[in-house]
Design a protein around this ligand. Structure first.
Ligand code: HAH
Length: 335
């Protein structure tokens, strides 16, 4: 087992308690295998997969809450916050929602009803345990002039599916903080599109309270300048900002090398510098930033070991495979 004694290490979340929450994405396995680390260094958790549509309602009206409930209980027992992820997304969402019995695309009214039923069941169930939700995830088109990406949600309902999702979530729990969440959030072109989308929501008085910047970053990008500009632009919307899925890949996105069994010394050093730079910026904007969540906790488990190259190990966090602090950890503890 990789559980190691955390007693001699200062706590990451305590160090940041006057700035913002420090979160980690967890799953059914890591909630056990990383338990000591999670308790010590993180005061917020997010379910990596277990609250996605396909996990909670794989078949119509057959809700499966067991694993999600288990994560929520862990949070309660250990006084951790829970961020909910995610209600409306084009991935990990079952086809039945968009399909009639004969296989054709269901009509707008039916899909809206199904969306409402899902959102209201899930959000109400966790009313007292989940303080914020990624209501809508990744609807912006990466390329081209279109604002929205093509998706079944868009096809079946039309552009207002986003407004409706936020309204349904707000009806289900008027106290929950509701977020729009996306990746490549610091790229200038996508930043402008995300801004346009969220500005529209705000102008139409749609209940939205925050913008989630996923922060799937690497050793060479995005630039500090682009990150700053993104934070400043989103901040003008008057909403709070959270870094929701942070990891710092040791590979550039287009680098498909598969030969490494451990990160090189250079990679570790550059990663530490990058983490230092990122957290310097986060602290600088801590009046608008309310949370920084890593998409995992330590290098023994990361979704990046299967993305974008299947089966290629990655080491994106500030704790190593044995849950010990990396140079990156000490850099972000130094202020
Ligand atoms: C995220 N997509 C999702 O929000 C999260 O739910 C999932 O577990 C992992 C990553 C990020 C993403 C990306 O960085 C590049 C292309 C598509 C999606």
């Amino acid at each position: 087992m990789t559980q190691r004694n955390q007693d001699k290490i200062p706590s990451l979340y305590e160090k940041y308690k006057d700035h913002f929450f420090i979160g980690a994405a967890v799953n059914q396995d890591t909630i056990d295998s990383q338990q000591e680390l999670l308790k010590k260094h993180f005061n917020s958790i997010t379910a990596e997969n277990e609250m996605k549509f396909e996990k909670l309602q794989p078949e119509e009206e057959k809700f499966t809450f067991a694993v999600a409930d288990k994560l929520v209980s862990f949070a309660k027992e250990n006084q951790k916050l829970v961020r909910g992820h995610t209600l409306v997304w084009h991935n990990q969402t079952p086809d039945w929602i968009f399909t009639n019995k004969n296989g054709s695309l269901a009509d707008r009214k039916t899909v809206l009803e199904r969306m409402n039923s899902h959102i209201s069941t899930v959000v109400k169930r966790y009313k007292d345990s989940i303080y914020c939700w990624d209501v809508v995830n990744e609807v912006i088109a990466d390329e081209g002039q279109n604002l929205l990406r093509e998706s079944k949600w868009l096809e079946a309902i039309g552009e207002d599916f986003i407004d409706r999702a936020f309204e349904f979530a707000h009806q289900a729990d008027p106290n929950a903080l509701l977020f729009y969440n996306d990746y490549n959030e610091s790229h200038p072109q996508k930043r402008e599109k995300i801004y346009t989308l969220v500005k529209g929501l705000v102008d139409r008085d749609v209940p939205i309270h925050g913008v989630g910047l996923q922060a799937h970053w690497n050793l060479s990008g995005p630039s500090y300048d682009n990150i700053r500009q993104a934070i400043e632009k989103y901040a003008t919307l008057g909403l709070q900002i959270q870094l929701t899925e942070m990891d710092v890949s040791v590979f550039d996105f287009d680098d498909r090398r598969k030969d490494l069994t451990e990160p090189t010394e250079d990679m570790e050093a550059i990663q530490a510098e990058r983490y230092e730079g990122f957290f310097n910026i986060f602290r600088e904007y801590s009046d608008v930033i309310t949370g920084v969540t890593f998409w995992g906790a330590a290098d023994d488990y990361t979704w990046l070991s299967d993305f974008p190259v299947k089966g290629r190990k990655n080491w994106p966090f500030v704790f190593d495979e044995k849950h010990q602090p990396k140079p990156s950890f000490w850099k972000i503890m130094q202020f």
